[in-house]
Design a protein around this ligand. Structure first.
Ligand code: 3NM
Length: 213
């Protein structure tokens, strides 16, 4: 399981701030078709019942395709789907508390916003971390961007997979990779494209080429 997380390069988030509920399955299928390695459901405004329902629908598609599904914020939903992963923020329950809820083989990832938090998340037992926001982003508007200068340092200090996040688009992805990133999360850069599968595929190609270089 952990090895397969290491192979993941492109992490897509299906954020319901950008996707109508009626299109969740279509968009999930497009992200899969484009080659997303991981897909997260992020739903900040929906009821638990609705998130559970949508996560189940998404998992029907992702599990057939062999793409791990990550549930944001809700360990009980991750357990029951059952999703392959759970993602937590800095203000959510601890990884230890979440591990008591989810299945034993469920990955737990954590958002981190500086190198100190990144090291702390690794020490707390995170299977992977998010690191950002690199650039200003309407998806998470209250966070100050940290830029690309810390990417090298966080890769020196942290051994679990690091997914850089925040304002990453196809256009700036080469700069993010040149700064040392190996894995990224992209949200609006995929979901706002008129051709989600095509932009996902292009991002995946850049990440794969970078890995081979
Ligand atoms: N977490 P986009 S930035 C969900 O820094 C999220 O922890 C972040 O969206 C973090 O690709 C972010 O549209 C939003 O900028 C990323």
């Amino acid at each position: 399981m952990v090895d397969s997380l290491k192979r993941c390069r492109l992490y897509a988030i299906l954020d319901l701030a950008y996707v109508e509920v009626a299109k969740v399955e279509h968009v999930t299928a497009e992200l899969i078709r484009g080659g997303a390695d991981l897909i997260q459901l992020r739903a900040k405004k929906q009821t638990l019942a609705e998130i559970r329902r949508l996560a189940g629908k998404m998992h029907g598609l992702t599990s057939k395709a062999g793409v791990p599904l990550i549930v944001n914020d809700h360990p009980e939903i991750a357990r029951d789907v059952p999703a392959e992963g759970l993602h937590l923020g800095q203000d959510d329950l601890s990884i230890a508390a979440a591990r008591r809820v989810v299945r034993q083989d469920c990955w737990i990832g954590k958002s981190t916003h500086n190198v100190v938090q990144a090291i702390a998340a690794q020490d707390e037992g995170a299977d992977y971390i998010g690191f950002g926001p690199l650039f200003a982003t309407p998806t998470k508007p209250d966070y100050a961007p940290i830029g690309t200068t810390e990417i090298g340092r966080v890769h020196e200090k942290v051994r679990v997979p690091i997914f850089c996040i925040g304002g990453i688009k196809l256009a700036n992805l080469p700069d993010v990779l040149a700064a040392g990133a190996k894995r990224v999360v992209i949200v609006s850069g995929l979901l706002q494209s008129p051709d989600i599968a095509a932009v996902t595929q292009s991002a995946k190609q850049l990440l794969t080429k970078n890995q081979d270089a």
